[in-house]
Design a protein around this ligand. Structure first.
Ligand code: MTE
Length: 323
């Protein structure tokens, strides 16, 4: 990682055309390496940057989010969203993912949805876009490592797919799987502490919540490989690792699935993984976060600010014990 270079940031999408200020990458992107054999690591030093003229996130798109008092909610530049990525199948170096993912074949692609459903189906990406009407959804993404972004996704609620496949009465969870292609994904080759494919899960009730999104685009264009092309999960009230990328399979199941992170580091990563500033990760605090492009850290909000939309899912549950 080159901590010293300067980077011009220009959002290419005409809809969001605007000139970005030069950001001092020395401050924007330094992260410490993995703190252990497995598991994400916390960020280290604070950063310096010159934020661009902000595009405010519209109230309608961000409905239900409590703004962090004293802080602006602005879209994270396209350049940062697409060049600073966690996608371990390619690399654990966030700045290296985009380049390594260039040869990743995302077309043709199918997503199969089956298991405990009455109407199992396999969708092409074109089907998803035609049948389920993606719309712009601006959400915060809060990584468990302590950084965050605000991203304008194109996506649709997973409930639309659930309505199409009709879950059976005994279906209680969704199990999501990323494609497993070591030939195209160098991070999967050789020794790896992870048990591939990347797996994640939600309860059926969580998946039916209107905020639970399957995204096929961001900034008005199809997802790039590094962001989980052609289809990924976006669950903005949970730590970013729940938002599984490049999904090929969703299974409705009766038992709680074991995610890749639960298997890799059970004492550090739980099933729910709801953003909670009160509950520290075993190796670092979750009380604050660094919005990519900003200098000072800001307080992290309970459920990432989405309590009004998803808080009722956890009524009666002690989230401090359900990391
Ligand atoms: N999905 C897969 N298949 N592999 C991964 O390594 N990383 C997760 C999540 N989804 C990951 C994944 C983590 S830790 C985060 S923070 C987000 O993707 C990052 O999404 P972004 O790179 O689009 O910002």
């Amino acid at each position: 990682m080159d901590d010293r270079r300067l980077r011009d940031e220009i959002t290419p999408e005409p809809v969001y055309r605007r000139r970005h200020a030069i950001m001092r990458a020395a401050g924007v992107l330094p992260m410490i390496a993995m703190a252990g054999l497995v598991g994400c690591g916390a960020e280290s030093a604070p950063v310096t940057s010159t934020p661009e003229t902000p595009r405010e996130t519209g109230a309608s798109a961000d409905a239900g989010v409590v703004p962090t008092p004293g802080y602006q909610e602005i879209l994270t530049p396209f350049e940062s969203v697409t060049s600073y990525n966690n996608f371990y199948e390619f690399s654990t170096d966030k700045e290296g993912v985009a380049k390594l993912a260039q040869g990743f074949k995302t077309s043709p692609w199918t997503l199969s949805v089956g298991g405990l459903v009455d109407k199992p189906q396999t969708f092409t990406v074109e089907d998803l876009d035609l049948r389920f009407n993606p719309e712009e959804r601006v959400y915060r993404l809060r990584c468990v490592e302590g950084w965050s972004m605000v991203i304008p996704w194109q996506g649709f609620p997973i409930s639309r797919i659930l309505d199409a496949v009709v879950p059976k009465g005994d279906a209680k969870f969704l199990k999501f799987e990323t494609v497993k292609r070591p030939d195209e994904m160098p991070g999967m080759r050789g020794f790896s502490p992870y048990s591939w494919p990347y797996v994640e899960g939600l309860t059926l009730d969580e998946a039916r919540n209107p905020l639970a999104t399957l995204a096929t685009g961001l900034y008005g264009k199809p997802l790039l490989a590094q962001n989980g092309s052609p289809v990924r999960l976006v669950v903005p009230w949970k730590y970013g690792f729940k938002s599984i990328k490049s999904i090929v399979k969703i299974e409705l199941v009766a038992q709680q699935p074991t995610s890749l992170w639960m298997a890799a580091a059970p004492s550090e990563y739980g099933f729910f993984a709801n953003v909670n500033p009160e509950v520290s990760h075993p190796r670092w605090s979750q009380a604050t976060e660094r919005r990519i492009g900003e200098t000072r850290r800001r307080p992290t909000l309970y459920l990432n600010g989405y309590t009004a939309a998803v808080g009722s899912l956890y009524a009666g549950m002690d989230l401090n014990k359900n990391y």
